[in-house]
Design a protein around this ligand. Structure first.
Ligand SMILES: [Ca+2]
Ligand SMILES: [Ca+2]
Ligand SMILES: [Ca+2]
Ligand SMILES: [Ca+2]
Length: 489
């Protein structure tokens, strides 16, 4: 009890009918009168001054009631007041949280990033949001079906956002299971007490195939003339608003591919198979902070060959020696040529043909070249050095698109009819120390040959005929002097 003055009260909601206070009558006052936000709940007994509630207060309806009280004399005139009486209603946890929907539906793509939300649930609680009574926390109660040890989905307990778990990011596969039902619950009191209220809702999740898939190997013909860049493929992220980029592993000085913000991949310039015939790189997606969104996809490009390289003579001039006594049909040598186009294809298949023979004596067709091997043969007659010591051939080498002329020179040399003769019949003894190093020359020997100098006919090959079963010695020939050097092998 107390005298009439301004007063504040703090009253918990609920609790039913009760009296809060009693004001004392001070003569000449004989009664009290209350006005303001009584709302049919709050009043004062005029003769006793008891301030009372006739039913419970409700925080959710009205959190503050502002009232005025005056005291009156016999005639009804105001003695004191009005005084301000303010009743603050204290919240109690008397409302369970409620989901906005009974049932939610969402779609998730296979291989989505773990923790990346694809949907959210939301609940409200009518209790005082500044108290734990309306502090909500979300969790997953059931997960149907639940085929792995860990759940495929997770929920952010504060925001209600649902995302694939690490397990889900790895295992979700619409081929195996394309629908899941989660029962999610929300608790108030931050879920911290047994007395918290709980509500639940169903979440139906559909799993869809990942859009983020590597395209099949891309085949690009080399050196195509068209307007670059040329669209060669496209990738699609599962996430909207990602930034597409290409990542090159090989660190090429020139990287001839690009990607646009729709995921379309381009080749930016003509490719040359003979320079590089395959490219491997990665398509990546990033968010606006530069973090990777999807796992990088490997892109594989094969450059297809076209016939864009002519045959090349292996030597500017191919020189072949032929002895006078070689018979008709003898193979006398091979013209070698190459082609940089893809091997074992028609683009690099070479064919040979003799275009001309100078001099054309005693006939113009003394030589024959095998069309597909380049092997040269004598046609029918043997050659005679007195008629012509040299012939020049022009050989056409073709890959059916390109042609190259290769020069061949034929040297006609004497018949190899002279035998080599040693200058001495006996070189006596040579004494060497047993520690002598390998390769040391221990003896020089000399023989001569009467055939044409500087040709194979007069070149002398020395061999140890007997007395050296273990090949302790070798003999090398100086090709200019025909001198032989006996060395330790
Ligand atoms: Ca509540
Ligand atoms: Ca309440
Ligand atoms: Ca070619
Ligand atoms: Ca080519």
């Amino acid at each position: 009890t107390g005298t009439l003055k301004d007063m504040n009260f703090s009253v918990p909601e609920g609790g039913g009918m009760r009296s809060l206070y009693q004001f004392m009558l001070e003569p000449p006052a004989v009664s009290f009168r209350m006005t303001g936000e009584k709302d049919g709940i709050i009043d004062i007994v005029p003769r006793t001054g008891v301030l009372y509630l006739n039913v419970s207060l409700d925080w959710e309806t009205k959190a503050v009631h502002r009232l005025q009280v005056e005291s009156l004399d016999e005639k009804g005139n105001i003695v004191k007041g009005p005084y301000a009486i303010t009743i603050y209603v204290e919240d109690i946890n008397d409302n369970p949280p409620e989901f906005d929907q009974m049932k939610y539906t969402g779609v998730v793509r296979q291989n989505s990033r773990p923790g990346k939300p694809f949907m959210r649930v939301h609940a409200t609680d009518r209790d005082d949001p500044t108290t734990p009574h309306a502090q909500l926390t979300y969790s997953i109660l059931h997960h149907f079906p639940n085929p792995y040890k860990e759940m495929l989905f997770q929920i952010d307990n504060v925001t209600g956002e649902i995302s694939p778990s690490k397990t889900g990011s790895y295992y979700l596969d619409p081929q195996k299971q394309d629908t899941f039902t989660l029962v999610v619950i929300v608790k108030d009191m931050a879920g911290m007490t047994m007395n918290a209220f709980t509500s639940s809702a169903d979440v139906i999740i559909t799993v869809k195939e990942s859009l983020w898939k590597a395209p099949a190997t891309i085949h690009i013909q080399e050196n195509i003339t068209q307007i670059y860049p040329v669209n060669i493929s496209q990738v699609h992220s599962n996430e909207p608003d990602v930034i597409y980029d290409l990542f090159e592993k090989e660190k090429l000085s020139r990287f001839p591919f690009s990607i646009d913000q729709e995921g379309v991949i381009y080749v930016t310039e003509p490719l040359d198979r003979e320079e590089k015939d395959t490219y491997v790189f990665f398509a990546v997606t990033k968010d606006n902070k530069g973090e990777l969104v999807d796992k990088p996809l490997q892109i594989h490009v094969i450059v297809e060959d076209i016939n864009d390289n002519p045959p090349v003579c292996q030597q500017a001039l191919t020189v072949i020696e032929v002895q006078e006594n070689e018979g008709a049909g003898s193979s006398i040598g091979t013209l070698f040529a190459t082609d940089m186009d893809k091997e074992d294809t028609l683009n690099s298949r070479l064919q040979f043909k003799i275009e001309s023979q100078v001099p054309a004596i005693p006939a113009s067709n003394l030589f024959f070249i095998q069309q597909d091997t380049g092997i040269l043969q004598l046609t029918s007659r043997s050659l005679n050095k007195r008629i012509a010591p040299n012939y020049s051939l022009k050989v056409l080498v073709t890959d059916t698109v390109f042609q190259t002329i290769c020069d061949v020179q034929i040297h006609v040399i004497d018949i190899n009819d002279q035998i080599p003769i040693f200058e001495k019949s006996d070189y006596h003894n040579v004494t060497v120390a047993e520690s002598i190093p390998v390769g040391t020359v221990i003896l020089e020997i000399q023989a001569t040959d009467g055939d044409e100098p500087g040709t194979g006919s007069s070149y002398i090959i020395y061999q140890v005929k007997e007395g050296d079963p273990n090949n302790t010695f070798i003999i090398e020939t100086d090709s200019e002097t025909n001198r032989g050097f006996v060395k330790i092998n």
